[in-house]
Write a protein that binds this ligand. Sequence first.
Ligand code: FDP
Length: 331
Amino acid sequence: MKNLITLDEFIIRRQKDFPFATGELSGLLRDIGLAAKIISREVNKAGLADISGLAGQENASGEDVQKLDILADNLLIACLKNSGECCGIASEENDTFVPILGNKDAKYIVIFDPLDGSSNIDVNVSIGTIFAIYRRQSVAGECLLEDFLQDGVEQVAAGYVLYGSSTMLVYTTGKGVNGFTLDPSIGEFCLSHPDIRLPEKADTYSVNHSGYKEFEPAVQKFIDECIDQDFKFRYVGSMVADVHRTLLKGGIFMYPGTTKAPSGKLRLLYECNPLSFIIEQAGGKASNGSQRILELGAYKLHQRTPIFIGSSHLVDRVEALIQTRVLNVEH
Ligand code: FDP
């Protein structure tokens, strides 16, 4: 039998690489792994049980909430309460951050999107969970808003779980990116994609084309160049799935600003920052068109940003077109 390395075993081995590690971060990652297994089980039976469909309420960004969104949110919070390492969470489903009072003095906070791409749930298309872990800024006691409004470069770990043709958990602690596939027969995430690097080849672009007329001319020009170069076009409409494909196959995923929504749609803290950390760790880049995503300042929890993420030379190209355009307009 091939040597199986489970997620828990991998986390313990990695912890030994840090001489002064206390095991708190490892505990948190294991909590998230456990929540991911339970969410995966619920997602897989979404068509059977009465848990799919709208919950009849809107989230902080005014979007319809699906029942599974709420279930996943509650599960993550419950699992993060368990180990005592997390003093507070913020998520897409909560207007403001939620302090975990039982763990007031814990060192970490976690920000997550419990079910990204949830408009795809009812049509059986891949969806995902995205998470980012930060060390708190406040010294102790109940956590504060400032603990959550940190730049992406401060992330100590980030990852996502993709509920697709199989369930995969991909994460980084800033020392490369590793992917684990859930083996349902043993209920364990097993290391299947060690040390993921974006491939050199990059001939795929991904964007919601229906926004084309409203994108700025530089972005339109970039898309035209992709078409002229016979790039493949792929768009699932679940950011986790589109970024996962980009990570494994190369290319670029974009959600630009539009005339109606200059900041785009995707959220900085629980979508763009964690996925940008992963892509950078795998050798790629992530930008809002002029600045590195991980260095954008956060001033509110549900802040949005345009994003161009994937193979470095493609992100460089779109940035160069945007920059040229800005200079032309200025002169
Ligand atoms: P969803 O609305 O289904 O939750 O941020 C949410 C997100 O999906 C992303 O996962 C996805 O990339 C994007 O929105 C899709 O938006 P469009 O429908 O505008 O393409």
